[in-house]
Design a protein around this ligand. Structure first.
Ligand SMILES: Nc1ncnc2c1ncn2[C@@H]1O[C@H](COP(=O)(O)OP(=O)(O)OP(=O)(O)O)[C@@H](O)[C@H]1O
Ligand SMILES: [Mg+2]
Length: 272
């Protein structure tokens, strides 16, 4: 699904943000991308989205070879992916419904289909009650969930998320992660940049650690309790999947999570 071949990205001021990156992400994989500030995570996502282009090397996403992408193909290319930005990028003048519907209107969907899909997505992220609110009337976590619903509006093959839990509390973060895991189980490829190391450790997923623009590690992290690290994306036990339960969240019920010991090796790698 995604292939980076010898990708180097040097910005015009001479900063080399990625160097000789080689990476494959298979369809239906769930990948966390972590690393210290400045390691190149956002640059990686920008290249993936074709917001930036490599200085050398090549990138393939789905059936698109990005070096050969024509400007008129870009909307088609972007349609296969749903993007959750850390700063949401919601449209302030539109209510929740229209923010989500907008993503479908730009690709020419019919209003009836839009209505059905928006209703479904609002249920999925637990925001049915807020359908007529403007972004300014929502909490950070609610805005984040609107951004996620919008990213899912066109049923993307690939979800790219830059710190999607950056603005929400640990319990909501876990519920959102559960939602992403659920989407992944139903066939969506997920690439998520995050600083939420404890969350990363909670899920037994592939983790790519970037360091100074290079892949420093690629595999699984040790699980609490000394479980074996995964060696490849296809190994390891399945995580227990918890369906997103907006009603439980709305009722203020808390799910007790086991404490996750901090991992010295992981912290060293992250530079914390
Ligand atoms: N537009 C740009 N022009 C020049 N240098 C840039 C540009 N964008 C990023 N950089 C540099 O490239 C390197 C990687 O930046 P990037 O934004 O990819 O890091 P990051 O891993 O996302 O960090 P953070 O966790 O702080 O978001 C950094 O040294 C940064 O200063
Ligand atoms: Mg960044």
């Amino acid at each position: 699904m995604i292939a980076f071949r010898d990708v180097t990205k040097e910005y015009p001021n001479g900063t080399v943000a990625l160097r000789n990156m080689n990476l494959h992400i298979a369809p239906r994989e769930f990948v966390f991308v972590v690393g210290a500030s400045g390691a190149g995570k956002s640059t990686f996502l920008k290249l993936l989205l074709h917001e930036e282009v490599p200085s050398s090397g090549s990138i393939r996403v789905g059936r698109f070879e990005l070096n050969e992408l024509m400007p008129r193909q870009i909307p088609l290319f972007r349609r296969q992916m749903g993007v959750v930005f850390q700063d949401f990028r919601l449209i302030a003048s539109m209510d929740v419904y229209d923010n989500i519907a907008f993503a479908m209107r730009v690709v020419g969907a019919r209003e009836k289909k839009i209505h059905e899909r928006v209703e479904y997505l609002l249920q999925l992220v637990g925001l049915t009650q807020k359908v007529r609110c403007k972004p300014s009337e929502l909490s950070g976590g609610e805005q984040q969930r609107v951004a996620i619903a919008r990213a899912l509006a066109n049923n993307p093959d690939l979800i790219i998320a830059d710190e999607p839990t950056g603005n929400i509390d640990p319990r909501m973060s876990q519920e959102l992660l559960d939602l992403f895991v659920h989407l992944n189980e139903t066939g969506t490829t997920v690439v998520m940049v995050t600083h939420a190391h404890d969350l990363v450790r909670h899920y037994n997923k592939r983790v790519i650690i970037l360091e100074n623009g290079a892949v420093a590690a690629d595999g699984g992290l040790k699980r609490p309790g000394g479980g074996a690290a995964r060696l490849s994306a296809s190994q390891g036990r399945r995580p227990s999947i918890t369906m997103y339960q907006p009603t439980a969240a709305a009722a203020g019920q808390t799910r007790s999570l086991p404490p996750i010991p901090r991992d010295d090796e992981l912290l060293r790698t992250f530079g914390e």
